[in-house]
Design a protein around this ligand. Structure first.
Ligand code: ZN
Length: 178
């Protein structure tokens, strides 16, 4: 009898853990469908989400901003809140922006880099001497900075001297404008 109770308790605890995990996985799945309003990349691929906690009907999401002054942060927060509140069993959604952990380019997934590149947005290659800006259209590094202030604070405009295309480059936070 004692053994049976233990087993039942054990099974219940396992079920609760499984439910909690499923709950958080569900949150991550929803977050993966939210794109950055300024970049054609999911916020999860950009490495903007630091942590997801689910406690019953309450959900807490911690974000790491790519660029502290980026006005997109407010829009993303609202979108996360709006989308997660539609999930069944979710009553309260809290989205906090954490500055404790700095966002770095390393937080971006290869998917994010590839997506940016395919949309004409170059990402500075840290493995290259001098950090050449590679043209997403022809692969040339014969590029020149045209305007350090692109359409948003996160982007700078370059020009490819080989294929003569304008290039946008994703600017990491804290980078000194050229
Ligand atoms: Zn080019």
């Amino acid at each position: 009898m004692v053994t049976d109770e233990r087993t039942a308790e054990g099974q219940m605890a396992e079920a609760q853990i499984a439910e909690a995990q499923t709950g958080e996985e569900q949150i991550w799945t929803v977050l993966a469908t939210i794109a950055d309003p300024e970049l054609p990349v999911a916020i999860t691929d950009l490495g903007l989400i630091e942590a997801v906690y689910r406690d019953g009907t309450r959900v807490r999401v911690t974000m790491v901003p790519t660029f502290s002054a980026c006005p997109a942060i407010g829009m993303i927060r609202e979108e996360i809140r709006r989308r997660l509140q539609t999930l069944p069993g979710v009553d309260a959604v809290e989205v906090t922006v954490s500055f404790a952990v700095p966002w770095t380019m390393a937080r971006m997934t290869p998917t994010a880099r590839a997506r940016l590149f395919s949309h004409g947005v170059s990402v500075r290659r840290e493995d290259r001497a001098g950090g050449s800006v590679e043209c997403p259209f022809c692969g040339s590094t014969n590029t020149r900075l045209e305007n350090p202030f692109g359409p948003t604070l996160c982007r700078a405009i370059y020009y490819c001297l080989d294929c003569r295309n304008p290039i946008e480059r994703f600017r990491p936070p804290g980078e000194v404008p050229e």
